[in-house]
Write a protein that binds this ligand. Sequence first.
Ligand code: HEC
Ligand code: HEC
Ligand code: HEC
Ligand code: HEC
Ligand code: HEC
Length: 359
Amino acid sequence: MERGKKLAALVLLALFAGFLAYTASVTPTQPLPAPIPPAAQLPLPPGPDLLAPKPVRFTQSSQCIDCHSQIYAEWRKDQHATSWSEEIFRSFSINYTKDECLSCHAPKPMLEVGLTNAPVLRDANRSDGVDCITCHQLNGQSHGTLGSKAVCGGIFKEELKTSQACYHCHATHNLFKEYLASEYPARGVTCQDCHMEKVTRRVADGGPVRVTRRHVFHNGGHDVEGLKKALALAMAAKDGKLTVTVTNIGAGHGVPGEINNRVVRLEVSVQVGKGKKTEDGREVDDVDEVQAHEAIFRAPPRLARDKVPSTQILPGQPRVLEYALPVPRGRVVATLTYKLEASSLNDDATLMGRWQIDF
Ligand code: HEC
Ligand code: HEC
Ligand code: HEC
Ligand code: HEC
Ligand code: HEC
């Protein structure tokens, strides 16, 4: 009986030891199943992020008034703003039916089309002509020379600081070639330097004061003061010969400008009588014109550029005219006048200057 109990205990002990040996040999090498991730860590299915702010696209000049009121007011009165709506363009483009005329007068954003590519006509808001959007926007965002990262875009675009900003529409005529051949680029003088006056003021209402530029593109053919700065005239009378020298001292390209409608006219009048005194010492009013000369300075017509020579006066260049004097003593009066539209009888000429010498 005693031996039977001992045997049973031994068997139980052996079974227990075997079990221990079995668990010790198996458990640690068994791979653990991958943990089940909590629901929050699962990737979301693709879709709109409803919390992100909606990007504002600026696609119309009227959207700029609220923050750039001064610039907007200047541009509104500028030739660029009226380039489509003005009567002269409406009539010359035969009521907007001449397709080849339209692209530059209401162009798509030039940064979108490419500054050195030909302008492309846009579909909307044509009556705004060359507008804020044309010169500044790309994908509805404003590009400029500050890199301000402002609400409207504020993206830096180096080219807007340079004459390249004007190339897009003003390059088709000879104006750009004339500018590049002049001494102005080497002196670092850009189109903006002469046509967009520097001013110190706020660029955006409520923003910081900066040195910036006006959006009155002054010194063009419509600006009387600009026209007066463009040309200088000198006269000399010697040995029966009159020399008249007209020099382009103020424009970075030919004068008159790129379109053939513009005309500068020089009139030279040789007079006698002036300077004589009556017996009681009064000056004689009576002047006899003994000789009159006229010279016309003008770009060749667009379609005959290869055949008709240009008589424009190039930047920095003198134009010398010589005439034989018909009398030994007298006075010469020279005037330079400018016409925007040569063929129009109603277009009054602008006086660019009047000079005189006695000989
Ligand atoms: C490649 C661009 C371009 C094309 C194409 C173009 N123009 Fe112009 N146009 C200009 C530029 C730039 C000026 C301003 C230049 C100047 O004043 O000398 C201008 C000025 C004018 C003016 C003078 C406006 C004024 O107030 O005195 C008239 C008119 C005009 N264009 C009519 C036309 C007609 C008509 C056509 C088609 C035959 C035409 N344009 C095609 C760019 C263009
Ligand atoms: C014919 C092209 C042209 C048009 C049209 C035009 N701009 Fe500009 N604008 C420029 C150029 C070029 C400069 C940079 C001048 C510089 O400082 O060299 C400039 C400068 C500016 C600046 C100053 C900040 C900067 O980047 O230098 C603001 C703001 C601006 N323009 C807004 C406008 C608004 C608003 C309109 C319409 C109301 C407009 N512009 C119309 C060409 C244009
Ligand atoms: C809600 C106000 C607001 C509106 C609307 C707005 N702008 Fe601006 N814009 C600003 C501010 C602010 C600046 C930064 C001015 C600064 O730093 O001096 C700026 C800067 C600019 C600049 C300079 C870009 C650069 O390099 O940083 C240009 C160009 C410009 N705006 C053009 C426009 C045009 C074009 C429109 C209309 C289509 C427009 N903005 C509408 C507020 C506005
Ligand atoms: C997207 C086309 C375009 C760009 C870019 C452009 N212009 Fe013009 N510009 C025109 C058109 C078109 C006219 C003619 C407006 C009209 O019909 O009266 C004009 C007219 C002008 C005039 C007025 C001429 C006059 O008769 O008094 C001046 C000055 C001028 N531009 C200078 C510039 C300068 C400087 C730049 C560069 C900063 C520039 N423009 C950029 C299209 C452009
Ligand atoms: C040194 C100053 C100066 C520079 C640089 C200059 N201009 Fe002019 N620009 C003038 C003056 C002055 C006039 C007026 C005389 C005239 O119309 O012929 C004028 C006239 C114009 C006109 C009007 C022509 C017309 O027929 O009505 C346009 C357009 C023009 N410039 C565009 C430009 C462009 C684009 C550039 C750069 C490539 C430029 N200018 C560079 C001084 C300058």
